[in-house]
Design a protein around this ligand. Structure first.
Ligand code: VG1
Ligand code: CO
Length: 544
């Protein structure tokens, strides 16, 4: 088993986006493409030599091929031990848990998250650091810089293992352990929540519960936790078998792509329903007749945190990404804890979590989590909600939300996505708003005065690193915000995201139709970006 050095030339565009490197499968299947990126990781992350690497993915098409290649490269690059999930499976939060529990030096997570899979779909790879979280910008920049000059990769042939059998195999200096992908993660969650109370709730015949794994990675996790450990009926977990193409679906838990589940809950046929995305880090929470907005979900969990044993002593603080609504801030103010606003992407929460400044964090894109891992965590959010419902006996999801709004005020919120827009057109719309920014302060949107208009820049309070160009925002004091940014996870053209937020303190006006209430903000956004006019589109592709 000798190490082969294979000469390659750099590939263009191996720059990690919001969450790793995401490209079409066809791009990843070009000879040397995956290898170039992985070699750049090994070349820049020296702790991996002689160290432990965690490896797994969401089971999408190309997952197993990529794992075989990476194992050979790990051997050639002097990694001492690789922990790989059985069947090549590791959800993103589980990978984070495994890295932390086993003291690994890093992990490679193979996923394009909520993007569709299959031969014509997307693939992705993400490097996580020793704290279990996505690599910060300093690391992704170094990896990217390396990809631009890389001229060879190292691989050892003959590293053949049966990915489906748990066990250890030695290949010279490399030890490969195929591990149960669920166990470490399930044990961790069991320490955080009141499993007895949740189990009693889930066994009640009058509690109508459903979890949709969307044929993505959370199936095995949901079955083990919700059915085996907590006693939910097996039929409560649907689409539980991970498929390479997610059954042809779009594994994004939102009202558009999890429509059946959404419709069943909205029609009042379910008391509590939830779904997760391709790699298991997102969550959608639904009650009878109500969808819980992800921004509200973070706020409700923060306000109810002490009901869960793992957070019984209270939370240190809370953070949200900039476009996420300010509902969580309102809770932090009342609780008297710190709150932070970070750029989009989980990597920006890592330092705050490591420093113990925050306990909970979340994003408007159906991501919520805590300091138990360094990734967002779909099933964690589901169990947290179940824990809250179990402890607030007799209350409904809708009732809990209404009470929350009465106490903290309601932040009406919506995100409009314009997908696969011609890149030049997207740039033109953003440029329109950017050029308007300097003159906006002092003018008004529907009677609300604009107090600030800028391009969001972030200075990390722990290490002082700066991140610029993180989204254009127009702010009307505490009343409203309109935000525009370009997606960093898409693989086709550009995706423009517009975010709208409107605060309502009056309980008598907290049950209005969201899109109707936000209409004046939509009109304002169109007037400054001209997005619909430029693209010729009548409206957004996805509204969440
Ligand atoms: C999107 C979301 C962002 C999230 C990221 C990764 O990024 O907006 O909040 O962190 O996806 O989520 P963007 O750049 O497309 O807006 V996951 O579950 O896809 O890894
Ligand atoms: Co995801």
């Amino acid at each position: 088993m000798t190490v082969r050095t294979v000469a390659i030339r750099p590939f263009e565009g191996q720059k990690p986006g919001t969450s790793g490197l995401r490209k079409k499968v066809a791009v990843f299947r070009q000879p040397g493409y995956l290898e170039a990126f992985v070699q750049a990781v090994f070349d820049t992350q020296e702790a991996l030599r002689g160290g432990t690497l965690v490896l797994g993915g969401d089971g999408r098409f190309f997952n197993r091929d990529a794992i075989r290649t990476i194992l050979g490269m790990a051997a050639a690059n002097g990694v001492a031990r690789v922990l790989v999930g059985q069947g090549g499976i590791l959800s993103t939060p589980a990978a984070s848990a495994v890295i932390r529990r086993h003291g690994a030096q890093g992990g490679l997570v193979l996923s394009a998250s909520h993007n569709p899979g299959g031969p014509d779909g997307d693939f992705g790879i993400k490097f996580n650091i020793a704290n279990g979280g996505p690599a910060p910008e300093s690391v992704t920049e170094a990896i990217y810089a390396r990809t631009q000059v890389i001229d060879r990769y190292l691989i050892r042939d003959g590293i053949e293992i049966d990915l489906d059998r748990i066990g250890e195999t030695a290949f010279g200096t490399l030890q490969v352990a195929v591990i149960d992908p669920v166990a470490d993660y399930a044990d961790l969650l069991e320490c955080l929540f009141d499993f007895d109370a949740i189990s009693t709730l889930l066994r009640r015949t009058d509690f109508r519960f459903r979890f949709d794994a969307m044929h993505a990675v959370t199936g095995p996790y949901a079955c083990r936790l919700l059915v085996d450990r907590l006693g939910a009926p097996a039929a409560a977990v649907i689409n539980a078998v991970p498929l390479e193409d997610f059954g042809g679906g779009h594994p994004d838990p939102n009202p558009v792509y999890a429509k059946e589940l959404y419709d069943a809950a909205m029609a009042g046929r379910l008391d509590f329903a939830a779904a997760s995305d391709g790699d298991g880090d997102r969550n959608m929470i639904l009650g009878a007749g109500i969808a819980v907005g992800p921004s509200d979900s973070l706020a409700v969990l923060a306000a109810n945190a002490t009901l869960a044993p793992g957070y019984a002593r209270g939370i240190a603080g809370v953070a949200r990404s900039m476009p996420t609504s300010r509902a969580a801030d309102a809770v932090a103010v009342q609780l008297g804890v710190e709150f932070f606003e970070t750029p989009t992407g989980w990597k920006f929460f890592g330092n705050l979590l490591d420093a113990g400044r925050i306990t909970l964090c979340g994003e408007e894109s159906y991501g919520t989590s805590s300091d138990h891992v360094r990734e967002k965590d779909g099933l964690w959010a589901v169990l947290f909600w179940l824990n809250v419902l179990a402890r607030r006996q007799g209350e409904t999801v809708h009732g809990i939300l209404q009470q929350h709004w009465q106490r903290f005020g309601r932040h009406y919120y919506s995100r409009h996505d314009y997908e696969a827009v011609d890149a030049a057109q997207a740039q033109a719309a953003m440029a329109g708003l950017r050029s308007a920014l300097p003159d906006l302060a002092g003018s008004a949107i529907a009677g609300m005065t604009i107090t600030q208009a800028d391009d969001f820049a972030y200075r990390d309070p722990i290490d002082g690193s700066e991140s610029r160009g993180q989204g254009l925002r127009v702010i009307c004091g505490e009343q409203a915000r309109v935000i525009a940014r370009l997606s960093g996870t898409g693989t086709e053209g550009a995706t423009v995201r517009l975010y709208f937020e409107l605060f309502e303190a009056d309980p008598a006006r907290q049950d209005d139709d969201v899109q109707t209430r936000l209409q004046p903000l939509f009109d304002f956004a169109e007037s400054v970006t001209g997005l619909r006019k430029i693209t010729g589109r009548a409206g957004p592709d996805v509204i969440t």
